[in-house]
Write a protein that binds this ligand. Sequence first.
Ligand SMILES: Nc1ncnc2c1ncn2[C@@H]1O[C@H](COP(=O)(O)OP(=O)(O)O)[C@@H](O)[C@H]1O
Ligand SMILES: [Mg+2]
Length: 360
Amino acid sequence: MKINQLELSEFRNYETLSVQFDESVNILYGDNAQGKTNVLEAIYLCGTTKSHKGSKDKEMIRLSSDESHIRMMIEKAGIPHRIDMHLRKSKAKGVAIDGVPIKRSSELMGLLHIVFFSPEDLSMIKNGPGERRRFLDLELCQLDQTYLYHLGNYNRAVNQKNNLLKQIGFQKELKDTVEIWDRQLIEHGSVLIDTRKRFVDELNDLLPDIHAKLSGGKEELYVRYEANVSKSEFGQKLAVNLEKDLILKSTSCGPHRDDISFYVGDKNLKLFGSQGQQRTAALSLKLAEIELVRRKIKESPILLLDDVLSELDRNRQTYLLESITDLQTIITCTGLEEFVDNKKRYHKIFHVVDGVLNET
Ligand SMILES: Nc1ncnc2c1ncn2[C@@H]1O[C@H](COP(=O)(O)OP(=O)(O)O)[C@@H](O)[C@H]1O
Ligand SMILES: [Mg+2]
């Protein structure tokens, strides 16, 4: 799959933009705060209905405007499609595929598959569990419509139950209705647990080879799924925790507390890995993610690399650049130094200055 063209109007610091991408490697370079990441954000938004940073729609609309438009011309399995997105300050966004408005944003999922790689991803292993769950969810929602459906319902049920836990403080008789939400948590949560487990297994099929190359054959990396609760014990744990949850006013067990951890041999990298090891493992994980998408959807995803090259040492830079030969990639960076030594051809290079792209 590939993006042929992106058009923006009144998005972030872009008044208007129209850019045609090459089907191979595209580089956007320029000083800080010129609008490089904003271009990647627009692409990610158009592909997944969400900002990669979790920004709200109204934050992405250009400050002086009330609405933004994004249009993206893509090609999937040789067939061209047009995605139109209309962001509004006080209303939900409008999305259309090939000119036909869609009702639910989930209908857009699966049309385009995007792998986003940012410096924050490099710290994913040492940061809090929320970021690792976000990784699981962002990837799984793109791969699996069923997961997307159950995740939405599960998160809603957690919120509803937590609201109820607060209300019970004033209205004790409501305690009987907790069960209604617990049933929902179990129904949807069980699918999340199964799907995450499978996903981690699939990553583990790919990771050892990739990581061995990145670490010079010295290390064998694998991921472990740290489910907060098993499917079979979920119902029982919810019941046992109820009194505690009523005091905390929040649901203390369930897949919303899941985590994944990274091991080299029996060493947990979060606790015992050096910063270099943690970053290399994160890079391996991203490369495994690309490979997994290829296996599943039989097409290459689109890779967005936001300022990560300068964070990697020379060997890892080279390895990364060499691994991305056959997928459309858009790279942002401040300078072009990283590319001088690499023999690979860069097909389009844009200099980004204050919301304007100049092809060089
Ligand atoms: N809603 C907005 N309206 C106008 N400008 C914005 C908006 N959001 C961010 N910006 C501007 O975008 C610039 C940052 O763009 P970004 O793409 O993150 O830069 P970089 O080139 O460093 O990746 C900043 O100058 C910021 O003020
Ligand atoms: Mg940036």
